[in-house]
Design a protein around this ligand. Structure first.
Ligand SMILES: C[S@@+](CC[C@H](N)C(=O)[O-])C[C@H]1O[C@@H](n2cnc3c(N)ncnc32)[C@H](O)[C@@H]1O
Length: 413
């Protein structure tokens, strides 16, 4: 089939994954920077490499690495929070200007009093009383009002620190992507230092920014928010213009795999971003399909096995694969001849059946004129991905899944 190479050379155990701007904001299923870095270094196609594309950029790991390598890049993601993170992580704000603005902000925050908060209307946040204390919301609002006084050129840098704070001070259980409320007794003693948390994030990000700004001859970065499974908007990425794609797509729909929508809802609602509540419907696999829109041999047995076990789950998998295949068709067109695609994917388990998404990816690209080079199989050494999920959607019945990651590498003929 499509050759897999199991190796521990891509584990990057113990490596610092927060260098430069990579440590700005957490995001579900982030790519390890070292993977993007090594793919760019070792798998860039021969000839000129002027443009990298990431069609599911998430927090923008590949784009940061492209810019550090001096390669121009374009990325897209329909999650507005992802767009904000990627945008801020790839912008070389002037560190001195940030420092000065931070001084102004800190001074303003020291003048906090409830009477000084202009916007006390939190109704745009669903169940705000259930998820936040009033005091936290007032303080968040006060931070926002003072960020709004800064120049628009630099305010996103501070908004990103606020985005993270908004989630941290909510009553959501720490360390989970899904929205689970803390237990009542925990809430009673939960008194987050809103300003302290915000300032700590700004300070941490400012250190990353200085490191990033020290890199010379960085590539330019353009970030979009278009849907990669729909035909691309005119002129954003020309056909045949991309030299290399380095990306990690979702492994399935967000409801049954990684909860991008739920993780991002805090910030997306806070900033009033579009589709904050219903984002999962728009991500790949978000709408249920009625028919199969691809032809596959590589995973037909697995799909058939799931279909026999559970028709509904089968349709959920097909919905995702339909959208995924549609986006592959769009992306394939954008690569030049000889261009490389590097897809980091996970093979999730549905109803006890593992779906080899690496094979499906290779097969769909093959149908679009690509030749498979190699699939590198690496263990996921840290906790960035949930290693246990409940694919049967039943509590307690957890199985190991996605402890390996598959890096599919192909060349356009
Ligand atoms: C695995 S994450 C990418 C993580 C990224 N490599 C990083 O390091 O942060 C997959 C991303 O695909 C995005 N996504 C899902 N469906 C999409 C679509 N149709 N178009 C563009 N992006 C989409 C999700 O919002 C999510 O951010």
């Amino acid at each position: 089939m499509y050759k897999r190479l199991e190796t521990d050379e891509w584990d990057f155990k113990g490596f610092d994954t927060k260098e430069y701007t990579h440590g700005y904001h957490n995001y579900p299923a982030m790519m390890i920077p070292q993977i993007a870095r090594r793919l760019i270094k070792e798998y860039s196609p021969s000839g000129k490499v002027g443009l990298l594309f990431d069609p599911y950029m998430g927090s923008g790991t590949s784009l940061v690495e492209a810019s550090i390598a001096g390669i121009n890049s374009i990325g897209t993601d329909i999650n507005p929070l992802a767009w904000l993170i990627a945008k801020v992580k790839t912008t070389s704000y002037d560190p001195n200007e940030i420092e000065t603005a931070f001084g102004v902000l800190q001074k303003a925050l020291s003048g906090y009093a409830e009477d000084n908060v202009r916007n006390k209307d939190f109704t745009h946040i669903t169940n705000w009383e259930y998820w936040y204390s009033r005091e936290s919301l007032l303080k968040l609002s006060f931070i926002q009002q003072n960020i709004d006084l800064l120049s628009e050129d630099i305010s996103p840098f501070f908004e990103l620190a606020l985005a993270e704070t908004v989630r941290d001070v909510s009553f959501t259980r720490n360390g989970e992507f899904k929205r689970f409320r803390m237990k009542e007794e925990k809430i009673r003693s939960f008194a987050p230092d809103v300003f302290g948390l915000f300032k700590a994030k700004v300070r941490r990000n400012a250190i990353g920014l200085s490191e990033y700004c020290r890199i010379e001859n960085k590539g330019s970065v353009t970030t979009y928010a278009f849907d990669s499974s729909m035909p691309f908007p005119d002129n954003v990425v020309a056909d045949g213009s991309v030299d290399i794609v380095v990306t990690s797509p979702p492994y399935g729909d967000s409801r049954t795999t990684v909860a991008y929508g739920q993780f991002s809802r805090w910030a997306n609602e806070w900033f009033g971003f579009e589709h904050a509540k219903t984002l999962d419907n728009y991500l790949m696999g978000g709408k249920t399909a009625r028919e199969v829109l691809f032809e596959t041999f590589s995973i037909e047995n697995e799909l058939e096995a799931v279909r026999k076990l559970d028709k509904k789950r089968y349709l959920e998998v097909v919905s995702f694969l339909n959208d995924y295949n549609a986006s592959i068709k769009n992306i394939a067109r954008k690569l030049r001849r000889g261009g490389r695609m590097c897809y980091v994917v996970g093979n999730r388990t549905v109803k006890g059946v593992q779906i080899p998404l690496d094979y499906f990816t290779a097969e769909m690209f093959e149908q679009n004129g690509f030749q498979h080079e190699i699939t590198i199989v690496r263990a996921i050494p840290n906790k960035r991905m949930p290693s246990k999920t409940s694919p049967t959607n039943e509590k307690r019945k957890k199985v190991n899944t996605m402890v390996k990651e598959y890096i599919v590498i192909m060349t356009k003929r």
